[in-house]
Ligand binder design. Structure first.
Ligand code: ATP
Ligand code: MG
Length: 252
């Protein structure tokens, strides 16, 4: 699985300069957390990593984002392939109003990779649901609606959709903010398990969460990536006073 390199990335929403010359490196088999006050550009940066900002009117982006050694902003980039390689998990779980099975296999279907035989389909679903810890609970209920699952299960299912596609990068934008503490803990332990096989970038408001699960942390402020480093260092010996102010709760 590839690492992600961000070089001198600038993003404007119309005349608003939302990302200011951001450079960073997201390692493979690593969880990197992006923290910072509301509106500092965390989600914007995350969405640059699979070009989801392209969909927004009036966006201007310059700089480079490399996945492995490929610049995803170069003209030849296949966006469908890119979003398959780098899947996104959102704040609110967003299962489709379909069965559990159809949800897991959805990506395979739209990418034309659905196994022809039912048996092959079930095998893919079993593998993905096992990876996210849902198989035992749901194997008898695969044809039931995904919307009837608990929020935690729905969030796992959204992660299973990415796993089924054999993506290599998981981008998570506050994936636990709709969940209670118990569910949060379970999703966190799932992330720790998944990191063996993925490059994971997580945006979180929850500093304890960043400290618990991430290996590296970036602190953003007003569109800049102010500080980036090993999580333990960021939380105990930040280099920048503004990072210190944030982690000690002096910012909103
Ligand atoms: N589609 C958009 N059009 C114009 N401005 C936007 C758009 N999306 C975000 N912004 C602005 O860009 C800045 C960064 O937003 P972003 O959502 O990346 O911040 P964030 O750090 O994720 O905040 P939060 O913690 O509240 O989710 C904010 O000032 C926001 O208002
Ligand atoms: Mg955000």
């Amino acid at each position: 699985m590839p690492s992600i390199t961000v070089e001198n990335l600038n993003l404007h929403y119309g005349s608003f300069h939302a990302l200011k010359n951001v450079s960073s490196y997201f390692k493979e088999r690593t969880i990197t957390a992006l923290i910072g006050p509301s509106g500092c550009g965390k989600s914007t940066l995350l969405r640059c990593l699979n070009r989801m900002n392209d969909l927004i009117d009036g966006v201007r982006i310059d700089g480079r984002v490399l996945i492995g050694d490929k610049d995803i902003y170069s003209p030849g980039t296949n966006l469908i392939q890119l979003r398959k390689e780098a899947g996104m998990v959102f704040q609110r779980p967003n299962p489709f109003p379909l069965s559990i099975l159809e949800n897991v296999l959805f990506g395979l279907k739209i990418h034309g990779q659905m196994p022809a035989q039912k048996r092959g389909q079930f095998e893919r679903a079993e593998k993905a649901l096992t990876a996210v810890g849902l198989w035992e609970a749901l194997k008898e209920k695969l044809l039931q609606s995904a919307l009837d699952l608990t929020l935690e299960q729905q969030q796992r299912l959204c992660i299973a959709r990415i796993v089924a596609l054999e993506s290599s990068i998981v981008l998570m934008d506050e994936p636990c903010s709709a969940l209670d503490p118990m569910a949060t803990e379970k999703i966190e332990s799932l992330m720790l398990q998944l990191k063996e096989k993925y490059t994971i970038v997580i945006v979180t408001h929850n500093m304890q969460q960043a400290a618990r699960i991430s290996d590296e942390t970036g602190f953003m402020l007003l569109g800049e990536l102010l500080e980036f480093g090993i999580t333990g260092q960021i939380f105990t010996k930040p280099r920048d006073e503004r990072t210190n102010d944030y982690i000690t709760g002096r910012y909103g």
